[in-house]
Design a protein around this ligand. Structure first.
Ligand code: MTE
Ligand code: MO
Length: 263
C-alpha cells in the first residue's frame, strides 16, 4: 500500500513506538488500561492525521514526529501547574553514590577554574553584566532533596543547594514575559526551557551537592536543577544564560527528544 512498507527504514512498529512516546504524557487518564488501549489503537493513518503530514518517506516521518512533539510541548505547557511542587524526600533516601551522566565519559568532564569563571548573562535582561561565583554564593540560598529522572531508564534522589532561579531572574531584571531561558555549557551542551518552569519555586541555580561545592562530575561550577523536568533538561557546567523569545532547542532536543521534557 504505502511506500513506507517498501522502505526497510520506515518500519511501521518503530514509527508507532516513537509516536506513542510523544503522545503518552498528553493522555493524563487515571485509568491506565484505558490509556494504553488508546495508545495501542494508534495507527500510521492516525499519526499522519494528528500531524497533518503524509508519511511517504523518512523525512516526512521525521517531520510528522517532530510536529507531534512540538504539539506535545504546547500541551505540556498548558498542563504545567506553576504552583504544584515535585515530591521531596528525607536525607535517608538519597541515592549513594549519585549517578553521573553526560554525552561523554566521566574522564572527559570539563575543568572549570573558579578564579577565571564568569557567568555570562545576555538577552532580554536589564542588567547584562557577568557574575562571579562568590556573588552568587552571597545571594539567599535554599536546598532541596528531589528525584532526578533520566530517559535512559534510571532515577536517583539527590540533594542540591543554591539560588532560587526566580530570585536570580528578578535580580538581573529579566523580562519574565519572554518565552524562553537558554543555557550554554562548558562542554558544548546547551538547552532551553519555558519561562513558567524557570520561575517555578523548585527551580534552582545549584551551587552545591549534598552540602559540598558542586563536584566537577555533577556540573561545577553550577547546574540548573529542576525536579519538574527530565534529566536532560538540567544543564551542568553553565557558562551563559540568555532570555529570549526565539526558540533555541537543545543538545538532545535537536536530535528528537521532546523539548518541554516535563516530569
Ligand atoms: N553540560 C551538560 N549537562 C547535562 C548533560 C551533559 O552531557 N552535559 N547531560 C544531561 C543528562 S542526559 C543527565 S541524565 C544529567 C546527569 O546529571 P548527573 O551527572 O548529575 O547525574 O545531566 C544533564 N545535563
Ligand atoms: Mo539523562
Amino acid at each position: 500500500m504505502n511506500k513506507h512498507t517498501q522502505d526497510p527504514q520506515l518500519d511501521e512498529s518503530s514509527i508507532l513506538t516513537d509516536a506513542r512516546k510523544i503522545l503518552a504524557p498528553q493522555l493524563q487518564i487515571e485509568d491506565r488500561s484505558r490509556r494504553s488501549f488508546l495508545l495501542r489503537g494508534l495507527t500510521l493513518g492516525g499519526v499522519a492525521m494528528l500531524s497533518g503530514c503524509s508519511l511517504s518517506d523518512n523525512d516526512s516521518v521525521e517531520t510528522a514526529l517532530s510536529a507531534m512533539s512540538r504539539f506535545n510541548d504546547r500541551v505540556q505547557g498548558w498542563l504545567f501547574n506553576p504552583n504544584a511542587l515535585a515530591p521531596t524526600y528525607p536525607q535517608s533516601m538519597i541515592t549513594r553514590p549519585f549517578p553521573f551522566n553526560a554525552f561523554y565519559g566521566i574522564d572527559q568532564v570539563p575543568v572549570v577554574e573558579e578564579a577565571e569563571y564568569r557567568l555570562e548573562v545576555t538577552g532580554l535582561v536589564a542588567d547584562r553584566r557577568s557574575w562571579r561565583l562568590d556573588e552568587l554564593r552571597a545571594m539567599a540560598q535554599t536546598e532541596q532533596i528531589t528525584r532526578h529522572i533520566c530517559v535512559e531508564g534510571w532515577s536517583a534522589i539527590g540533594r542540591w543547594g543554591g539560588v532560587r532561579f526566580s530570585d536570580f531572574l528578578r535580580r538581573i531584571g529579566a523580562d519574565t514575559n519572554a518565552k524562553y531561558v537558554g543555557f550554554k555549557c562548558a562542554d558544548d551542551y546547551y538547552t532551553s526551557i519555558d519561562m513558567a518552569t524557570a520561575l517555578h519555586a523548585q527551580t534552582l541555580l545549584a551551587l552545591t551537592y549534598d552540602g559540598e561545592v558542586l563536584p566537577r562530575r555533577y556540573g561545577f561550577p553550577m547546574k540548573l536543577r529542576m525536579p519538574t523536568k527530565l534529566g536532560y533538561k538540567n544543564p551542568k557546567h553553565i557558562q551563559a544564560i540568555f532570555v529570549s523569545n526565539t526558540y533555541s532547542g537543545g543538545y538532545w532536543e535537536d536530535q528528537g527528544y521532546n523539548w518541554f521534557g516535563g516530569s
